[in-house]
Design a protein around this ligand. Structure first.
Ligand code: C2E
Ligand code: MG
Ligand code: MG
Ligand code: MG
Length: 288
């Protein structure tokens, strides 16, 4: 009614609200300028194979080196980046940055593990992703086995036929495909079975509670069985404890990713980490 509307109006025009709007605008313009100011950088989080006890790959994760706040995680700004139309440029930056890093490591005589790159739904639907990847492989001569693409399950619903074709083409190039955040979107077993994917990544939401919550434990166990029967390997995300690792290993999970193994690291941090675990390769626990 009128009274309610009136009070809403007052709230809408309150000074606090103006500050929030201003904050938002400021955040947007800061983010828009971050690219030109070279404030973006990539961190890398290793993944551990539960079969071999070795690092089987890593995920490239975008970071914003904010002049005041320091290193800011992608989770804090990636949605805003999509909203203000920056995600395409970010995608180009990520590809270039990861490629450059791989070449540095190879030139240093190292054999890098495959790097997984997160791809936004906009990139996935756009016409350029396939060509960018093709061009990149040709131009650099890097083997396609160095690259993986992670797509979020909830990004797949619309345009499924087109997305499926793009993924099939990318996979034919020799690049591995992962379905990220599995369990958080509108999963349909039907379309899951129709997707050309190599890895299924179970979202950290499910992993957080596997030790204490029987329902979560059964969901995870069933998902592992399902993925395997569809010919996919399973990566558990957000593994933070030894108990979670033991559970996942007992249930046949293929790989784990999470703070238990390592936090996302700067390139030099990753080099140190790899050196350390190379020196003492002691089974599943590579942490101090
Ligand atoms: P994601 O692909 O599911 O990435 C995993 C997220 O979980 C990362 O957050 C990582 O830092 C965090 N994480 C890893 N291990 C643990 C753990 O043990 N516990 C907890 N609590 N968290 C853990 P981040 O880096 O903030 O990224 C958030 C999301 O932003 C990513 O989710 C991905 O969807 C997106 N993103 C990240 N980098 C990029 C990028 O380069 N391009 C695009 N388009 N999206 C990106
Ligand atoms: Mg991911
Ligand atoms: Mg995920
Ligand atoms: Mg996520």
């Amino acid at each position: 009614d009128a009274k309610k509307a009136g009070s809403n109006m007052i709230r809408f025009f309150s000074p606090n609200m103006n500050i929030m709007v201003l904050d938002q605008l400021l955040a947007e313009s800061r983010l828009l300028r971050a690219m030109d100011k070279h404030e973006f950088m990539m961190f890398y989080q290793p993944r551990l194979s539960l079969k071999t006890g070795r690092i089987a790959g890593m995920e490239a994760l975008l970071r914003w080196n904010h002049p005041k706040k320091g290193i800011v995680s992608a989770g804090k700004f990636i949605r805003l980046a999509e909203k203000i139309g920056l995600i395409q440029r970010i995608g180009e930056f990520v590809l270039a940055s990861v490629t450059r890093q791989l070449k540095v490591w190879i030139n240093q005589g190292k054999t890098p593990v495959p790097v997984a790159i997160n791809v936004s739904s906009m990139e996935l639907r756009g016409p350029k992703l396939k060509e960018s990847l093709q061009y990149l492989l040709q131009e650099t001569g890097l083997a396609p086995q160095f690259f993986e693409i992670e797509i979020t399950e909830s990004n797949l619903i619309e345009d499924l036929d087109r997305v499926r074709q793009t993924l099939t083409d990318i996979r034919k190039m020799g690049i591995t495909i992962s379905i990220d955040d599995f369990g958080t979107g509108y999963s349909s077993l039907g379309y899951l079975s129709s997707l050309p994917a190599d890895y299924l990544k179970i979202d950290s939401l499910f992993i957080a509670d596997i030790v204490n919550n029987r329902n979560m434990a059964s969901i995870v166990e069933t998902t592992i069985t399902l993925a395997h029967s569809l010919g996919m390997q399973v990566i558990a995300e957000g593994v933070e404890t030894a108990e979670q690792l033991q559970f996942l290993r007992a249930k046949g999970c293929d790989q784990i990713q999470g703070y238990y193994c390592s936090r996302p690291l700067s390139p030099s941090g990753l080099e140190t980490f790899m050196q350390r675990i190379g020196e003492k390769n002691t089974g599943y626990i590579h942490r101090e």
